[in-house]
Design a binder for this molecule. Sequence first.
Ligand code: FE2
Ligand code: FE2
Length: 148
Amino acid sequence: MINTKSELITWSPTFACGVKVIDDQHKGLINLVNKMFNHVTGDEAEELAYFNIVIKEAVQYIKTHFATEEKIMKATKFDGYIDHKRAHESFILSVVECINDYKEGKKYTLATFTKFLKEWILSHVAVMDKQYFEHFKKMITTINKVVM
Ligand SMILES: [Fe+2]
Ligand SMILES: [Fe+2]
């Protein structure tokens, strides 16, 4: 059994890239994961009912975030764009797979599904997103025009 209290994520300045819209979205993702952990009750039916609602919000939020990053990468001619976009796409595919597994009663509980989301998000931000931080800082004037 996962101790969800100890799984909660705290925002850290090391996650910050300095572009407000991106930092706000990363904070939003963290809040979403924490919210999901806080809905773990151990009651399977209750958790599934909650999951069915929250997962739509989560997928939408993640897609919007990826689209924002990709738009900025493209506008600033970031050279990691293609690989990064590919990582986003393959994550969406695996999320869809995991959602189906959860709904079919295979493999997941709300706690383990949320842990999967958490681990992907944290490692993606720390490794791949981190690669554009310096670039975005340099391109902030262009970015401000794009995200207005
Ligand atoms: Fe990101
Ligand atoms: Fe990303």
